[in-house]
Design a protein around this ligand. Sequence first.
Ligand SMILES: O=C(O)/C=C(\CC(=O)C(=O)O)C(=O)O
Length: 307
Amino acid sequence: MSKPTSGDFTKTAGWLDWYAGPSKPRFQLPPGSVDAHCHVFGPGGTFPYAPERKYTPCDASAEQLFALRDHLGFERNVIVQATCHGADNRALVDALHKAQGKARGVATVKRGVSDEELQALHAAGVRGVRFNFVKRLVDFTPRDELMEIASRIAPLGWHVVIYFEAVDLPELWEFFTRLPTTVVVDHMGRPDVSKPVDGPEFELFMKFMREHDNVWSKVSCPERLSVSGPPALNGEDNPYRDVVPFARKIVETFPDRVLWGTDWPHPNLKDHMPDDGLLVDFIPHIAPTAQLQQKLLVDNPMRLYWS
Ligand SMILES: O=C(O)/C=C(\CC(=O)C(=O)O)C(=O)O
């Protein structure tokens, strides 16, 4: 694979570039597997980063993403708009066109978006919008604006992807449970995995999914959530052990409402950059049977994004 570049932009201090030269997974992905959470960044020279961004990444182009897809053995991608591009979805749409049907997208839109713009996004392959509540990534958007957007995209059959920290779930609960669409949670609602898996914080997340059958979860990002590791590097075949009980509990309890993604190119990691091949090898630890793997990697994402 080619190496990361940063074009005309100066990367955020301490930025870790994505891992060039990932290993080949030992885990054999089921045919038709979908990497259901990944991003494209720029390239900044063609698709400039948004003025309101909170970080400036290294470039991560569509071509580089598709090279990783093929190397790891995925068939398709779901490309999620990252906050460094704000509500400018041009890099995402360009990647969707280049994917020739092998990618779907999740966009960010503002209240003023026109019906024509929504139709054009749909034609490009967008099937959802992302509402981000992680305070280090975005400025506050009033809830009534977000609810208005949700009601505009619901008739298109789209869903809402939500990204938030576990400690904020109580405050966001009322808003989330009013959303009129399928709701997909990024990275399991970012649990604090140093707390017990059967403790009150994670139990609230389980209750959120149990009581609302329109709520799905991505069981992604162990590299972001892990506290005690070990990292997916240097051939480690049992990485991020502390995250496994959380992800596995969700997969086994709600097998028809889970998705998995690499989160490539892993923005804002501070500690290490994982080997994406070893990240794929993490999957059987959280979805231990062939049936669970088929649902997680093929059936669920195909139902949500390609039917
Ligand atoms: O890659 C992710 O999903 C998580 C991110 C970045 C992000 O969400 C964004 O920039 O939109 C994070 O926690 O920094």
